[in-house]
Write a protein that binds this ligand. Sequence first.
Ligand SMILES: *[C@@H]1O[C@H](CO)[C@@H](O)[C@H](O)[C@H]1NC(C)=O
Length: 287
Amino acid sequence: MERVRGAGAVLAVLVVLGAPPAAGEELSGVFQEMLKFECHFINGTERVRNVLRKIYNREQYVHFDSDVGVFVGDTPYGEKFAKKWNSDQEWLEYARSLVDTCCPQNYKLYTPFSVERRVPPSVSISLVPSSSQPGPGRLLCSGMDFYPAPVQVRWFQDGQELPEHVVATDVVPNGDWTYQVLVLLEIPPQRGVTYSCQVEHVSLEHPLSRHWEMPPDTVRSKILVGVRGFVLGLVFLALGLGFYLREKVKRGPQRGGVVPPALPQPLGPPAPPVSLLSPPFLSPQSS
Ligand SMILES: *[C@@H]1O[C@H](CO)[C@@H](O)[C@H](O)[C@H]1NC(C)=O
């Protein structure tokens, strides 16, 4: 649980260039000697392990592990090297003491900005288009720029946890001592349901929640308004036509001056068109 594996390390790198390059000349090679000094803090400073490594051109040739207590060769050359260093009792004692001297000192220096570093995540929910399925898309919860890496992200639907249909990326290091994680809800969001993304992290006193609801569909509501307006218009048109034709029928036979007397006969009785055109609620009056 407390297995903090900090590696406070002193790293000495010696790069020897193959030949002193004259101006404009290509390098003939790069030869690299590297010394790694690692402190592994397995339980704070209670349990510490020190590993020293000597590496030439990326190949480790000798190392010293404080759990072993002697130098061990990793290549034929390294074995010769180890034999020589192990024969120097004073040097060996010094190497063995580093785990108790150098490492705890490094721990004090490095922990304030490593082990104790806390950066809270910024959490947001976004609707992402689904490439495989049509529809409203999928909800994505992003936890960004937090430290350290362990984090728990959960999805809730109207307060109920959704343990299934949830896929998460690995916790990805950003390379600047922060991490990020993305957690996708694989089911399409529904209208009228509140979705929540809850993040728990050591930097947060309380879990952090973000909520999301499907916004009103603007295109659909505009179409609805249009259809309603059109239907209302049709009703008024029918009403107007009905009244107009009824008036026309009433006046037609009485006032010969308005309608020529010869016309009603070829057109037939004017009553049927009224009952056909007017809405049903007008027909009892018109017939
Ligand atoms: C870590 O060290 C503490 C003492 O500082 C000890 O109480 C605890 O049991 C240790 N934990 C493990 C996992 O060894």
